[in-house]
Structure formats: structure tokens, C-alpha cells
Design a binder for this molecule. Structure first.
Ligand code: CA
Length: 359
């Protein structure tokens, strides 16, 4: 009490009252309540990704004591899944939850902020984003679109996908029709396969009817929900094309600039909390789904080393081409690749060194 009185005296009663009430915003007065919309690229409450958007909104609502209330909209409720970027950019909604690689048509450099083939793991990615130049560069790339980006989730390394025939050599990739979007698809195309970009809802039927021979989706948790084990025999790892996919929260810059410093900090911390929540959620659900697949006698196989080496080589070429498209792509590529080259030796003797020595 004594300290409290001293504190009030030193900063002045009015300031202190404002500070204290700022820490516990009442949120009851109508004029202090800010209402935002969050559009997402996921079906409402979709496991993992959609749940991550809900978690983020819940954190913001709670931490702000109701002074900033964010309402989540599933894909197609206000805009289609891939309309999120434009909608938030133009102020149709103040906030969005999505993945940066969907926006390569807007700006090629965006792809580095989600996941690139044979790129960083989730831990390495977070390290680059928070403690390297990642977020700073991301802000620069999105500033042309009136958007402020924040990392807001990560699935962790994905699975290589579901196949109806074994992949024993690079020759088995020739003519392979596989649902694999983005840069991973470009790599497959250069290896002789035919990449397909299909929305989640179309995957099962396309695989079952033979429109495609193979598909990647996310990992055991999401793949089980789609019943992909009922449409393909082999489940391959690792997800070389998506080793640590980061999800994004995007905020309309005009709306963001109008917020108090406190609400801006709340958004930053809520995004950080949502980031760790999502990867923890995936970890806890993926192992359970993996146990289920093993019981169902799904054949879980590792890609042969020869195949991974070949895909890695092609991937390096494609990333280099991407870096040559424009100045900003080059700037982000340089930062990403330099960070990866410097952080990887540590990952290999820490995480990988531990795991490979005790298994
Ligand atoms: Ca995927």
C-alpha cells in the first residue's frame, strides 16, 4: 500500500489512474469499444489453422479487456479464401489470418515468409522472424499494400504426402500428377511431374478417382480429418516442400495506426501467443493421428535420399530464379539464405544431434 501511494504521488494521480485503468480496460463504454473483422483463408473452426485464428481473436479480446473486439469470419463468409489479402488491404476488414505464399501473385517475395522447399524449420523460422530481419523485411514487402504483417502460427514440418505408388527413385516422379501448390509444385514440375493446385475440399475425391496420383495436405492431424488414408496406400515423409510453414496475421495499416500503443502491443503479444499455441496444438494432435494411422496399417515411408537430393538441387535453382525477379525478392532471399546457412550448423548439432544420438 505504501509503495502504491508513493507510486501515485510520483507519477501524479491522473496519470496513475489512467495507467491502472489502462491495464484493466473496462470496455463497458460503447465509445471506447473498437470492433474489428478478421477474415481468414480457412473454413470456420477448421482444425489447426481455423482454430488458430479463433485463438488469436480470443487472446486480443481478452487481453484488451473488451476494448478491441475481433470477430472471426471463415472462408467465403465475407470473401473467398484467397481474397483475404486484397480485402484487408482495402479496409473491407481490419484483420486477416492466412499464409503468405498465397500472395506470390501480388509480390513474389511474400513466399519467403511462409515456407520454402528445403528451407527453415519452425524454430529457425521464428528465430529469423523475431531475432533476424524477418519481420522488418516482411513489413517492407507488405507496406506497398497498406498491410502490417505478424507471424501468427506454424504447423511445424509437414508430411511429404499420400501416394498410390512407391517412390523409389527420381524416375518415379516423372509424369506424377500430384496436388502440391506453390514453390513445391514448381520443384515437382522441374523434376518431371505435374503439380495440381486444388482446394482442400477437392483433394479426397480427386485422389480416389485417379484425377491425381498423389497429394500433400498438412500432416497426420489434418490429413486424417480428410480421410486421405482411405484414398492412398503410402504416406511419405518428410515434407521437404514445407519444413516450417508460418501463418500470418495481416492488419490494415490505417486501422493499425489508429490504435493506442497499448492495443498495438496487445496485438503483437497475442500473435506471438497464437504462434506458440498453434505449433503446440499440432504437435499434440499429430502424434495421436500418427498412432491411429499405424493401427490402420498405413504404410509410412521415407523418401529415398537420392530423391531428396535431386529435389533439393532443383529447389535451390528455383529460389535463385525467384531472387532475380525483383530487388525486393533479392533482398529477402539474401537475408533468408544467409540466416539459414548460419543457423543450420547449430540446429544440426543441437536438435538433430540430440535426436539422432538417442533414437
Ligand atoms: Ca501443405
Amino acid at each position: 500500500m505504501k509503495n502504491r501511494r508513493k507510486f501515485f504521488k510520483s507519477v501524479g494521480l491522473a496519470t496513475a489512474t489512467a495507467l491502472v485503468s489502462g491495464l484493466h480496460p473496462k470496455g463497458s463504454s460503447a465509445e471506447s469499444k473498437i470492433k474489428w473483422k478478421m477474415v481468414t483463408s480457412w473454413p470456420k473452426n477448421f482444425p489447426g489453422l481455423g482454430a488458430g485464428a479463433e485463438t488469436l481473436a480470443a487472446y486480443i479480446n481478452k487481453l484488451s479487456g473488451g476494448s478491441l473486439v475481433v470477430k472471426v469470419y471463415g472462408a467465403n463468409e465475407l470473401v473467398p479464401p484467397l481474397g483475404v489479402f486484397d480485402f484487408v488491404s482495402s479496409g473491407g476488414a481490419e484483420m486477416g489470418h492466412s499464409g503468405a505464399y498465397y500472395w506470390k501473385g501480388k509480390t513474389e517475395a511474400a513466399q519467403f515468409f511462409s515456407s520454402v522447399p528445403f528451407g527453415m524449420t519452425a524454430q529457425e523460422m521464428n528465430s529469423w522472424l523475431y531475432y533476424g530481419d524477418g519481420i522488418k523485411l516482411w513489413e517492407e514487402v507488405y507496406s506497398d499494400f497498406n498491410l502490417v504483417p505478424r507471424p501468427a502460427g506454424n504447423t511445424g514440418v509437414q508430411m511429404g504426402g499420400w501416394f498410390n505408388k512407391e517412390i523409389n527413385s527420381t524416375a518415379d516422379l516423372k509424369g506424377l500428377k500430384m496436388r502440391i501448390p506453390g514453390l513445391g509444385g514448381e520443384v515437382l514440375a522441374k523434376a518431371g511431374g505435374t503439380p495440381f493446385t486444388l482446394a482442400g475440399a477437392e483433394i479426397f475425391t480427386s485422389l480416389q478417382t485417379g484425377v491425381i496420383d498423389a497429394t500433400e495436405w498438412v500432416g497426420p492431424y489434418n490429413d486424417r480429418a480428410f480421410g486421405l488414408h482411405k484414398a492412398a496406400k503410402y504416406y511419405y515423409y518428410p515434407g521437404w516442400h514445407e519444413p516450417g510453414p508460418s501463418l500470418e496475421c495481416i492488419i490494415n495499416k490505417d486501422a493499425y495506426d489508429q490504435l493506442s500503443d497499448q492495443l498495438k502491443a496487445i496485438i503483437d503479444l497475442a500473435c506471438k501467443a497464437a504462434n506458440i499455441d498453434m505449433i503446440s496444438d499440432y504437435m499434440s494432435k499429430n502424434y495421436q493421428a500418427l498412432e491411429y494411422f499405424k493401427k490402420e496399417n498405413v504404410q509410412i515411408k521415407q523418401f529415398p535420399k537420392e530423391v531428396l537430393i535431386k529435389l533439393n538441387k532443383i529447389s535451390d535453382e528455383i529460389l535463385l530464379e525467384l531472387s532475380q525477379k525483383n530487388k525486393l525478392s533479392k533482398k529477402v532471399y539474401d537475408s533468408y539464405v544467409n540466416f539459414l546457412n548460419r543457423v543450420r550448423p547449430w540446429t544440426l548439432i543441437s536438435e538433430d544431434g540430440y535426436l539422432s544420438s538417442v533414437k
